[in-house]
Design a protein around this ligand. Sequence first.
Ligand code: UD1
Length: 419
Amino acid sequence: MEKLTIEGGGALKGEINVSGMKNSALPIIFATILLKGDSVIKNIPLVSDVLNSLEILREMGAKITVLDSHSVLINTDNISSEIKAHALISKMRASSYLMGTMLARFGHAELPMPGGCNFGVRPIEQHLKGFSLLGAVCNEENDFVLISTKNPLKSTKITLDKISVGATINIVLASLFIEGVTVIENVAVEPHVDDLIHFLNSAGAKIIRYGRRIFCEGVKQLHGVEYEIYPDMIEALTYLTYVGATGGEIVLKNTNTAHLSYVLDIFSKMGADVGITEREVKFRAYRALDGANVTTAPYPLFPTDLHPQFASLLCFSKNGGIIKEGIFPTRFAYVGELQKMGACMKQGNGYIEVLPSKLHSATVNATDLRAGAALICAALATHGVSTINNVNYIVRGYEDLTNKISSLGGKIKLLKGEQ
Ligand code: UD1
């Protein structure tokens, strides 16, 4: 099993190119199931979740050609309606997008319950509610989801009971070919949702989002496209926590600063020096930042995917803070690992209070993707050599992590196998 060693204590300085957004690359890759002909997807992040999604499509019979390090050609014209690669599907939450795409293309979908990051129950009843209102029959049996329709699906109005990225995307995917206009209310408005809509509209779909309402007018078919994925907002913000914790400066290139603005404002209030243009962030933190209290919530508010990294940053802040988790109430598996490094944290029901702490190096275990990213933050800002196990979680979502951190002056090594 791979592990990272990090010799921390130095300020990170330099610039990095932000990679393409994992959370939109995945639905876009699965959405190619609905396009006829070749599509070229650019700015694809080379992370293991993306490679696994491509593998799932390949096993279904798709033609996948890697054009260069960040572009891939996908043609799904001859895929089978049978979903294979069950083991990979059960590992990945994003494989749930096969429900919407297979229903739209073949009228049925049968797949193992999608897996994913390890931070509590991740229900799909809102996805199934949407499919059912469109006329499909949905069942869950022996850890499989079975969705089918004998008659053509019918357009209707669907109001989500909860704001859900996954359900919003899945219902949009299922609605693309339905005659008339499907209206989806109380939708998620994360940049990954808009990236997918932008992609589908480039392929001939007729989707409009007004605030938390989506109108999807059915079309007969979608054509292949050349499309560039949006930059990854969570990767960008993660690097800012690293620079904020170590005290230093960074230029983030190839980013979309509009997506970052809520959190950038918080960093400014904490005392960081933040300068933005449309595509670049200049960020400096030459003294310990002040603390902050935040609550995770759907976009445009504070992202749950930054919660663990932000908790790490607060350990190095002047006065700490409280993070309330409003999306996944049990997303606290990282806390015990940071405590092994000496972090002073008090966990309550759905929140964590972080006190300024003097951390020491230790051997710790990544428990999921963002928890792993949080441990890297702590290790970079702590003197001594720390070891982080279970790197497999971290490479699911951070492209070229060791090279990017090294280019900022971080002393990080990836050790393969039993070293
Ligand atoms: C969520 C995050 C997304 C993040 C991803 C990976 C939100 C709104 N979504 O997306 O930004 O990138 O995790 O960490 O922040 N829910 C139900 N029933 C459902 C679907 C969802 O109760 O059928 C609940 C979930 O348990 C959760 C909330 O709704 O509390 C949001 O879930 P959802 O957005 O669907 O999760 P992801 O799509 O995984």
